[in-house]
Ligand binder design. Structure first.
Ligand code: 5GP
Ligand code: ZN
Length: 112
């Protein structure tokens, strides 16, 4: 499958890994929007949060169980933000579901 994040998960494209378990991979965003900006992705290919259903939601459960571990390992003791973009209007540029974890400073209140 021609998917950038599947290739990153497989190790075919290099990334700065911050966390991995059997279902989840997390790595630094190549174009950080905050002092800490990582992407947490399920290893299973799901196109976006709009495609979550009862057959694939275990992958999303695993992501949200991993996020507190990722945040703690990155020192985000004062809070952080989790964002997932969906489709054209959501400005989703990579069509493999991913959760941006942003922090390391007081983030802007405006969400768009
Ligand atoms: P989206 O816009 O789809 O919500 O987020 C995609 C994110 O992937 C962007 O923040 C972008 O900087 C990041 N990104 C795109 N290509 C690569 C890459 O090859 N490596 C890494 N580490 N991040 C990438
Ligand atoms: Zn994929």
């Amino acid at each position: 499958m021609d998917c950038l994040f599947c290739k990153i998960i497989a190790g075919d494209i290099p990334s700065s890994k911050v966390y991995e378990d059997e279902a989840v991979y997390a790595f630094k965003d190549i174009n950080p929007q905050a002092p800490v900006h990582v992407l947490v992705v399920p290893k299973a290919h799901i196109e976006s949060a709009d495609c979550i259903n009862s057959d694939n939601s275990d992958a999303v459960k695993a992501v949200f169980e991993a996020i507190p571990k990722v945040a703690a390992s990155l020192g985000l003791v004062n809070g952080y933000r989790v964002i997932t973009n969906i489709g054209e209007d959501g400005c989703q540029s990579v069509r493999h579901i991913h959760f941006h974890v942003l922090g390391g400073k007081k983030l802007p209140e405006n969400m768009g």
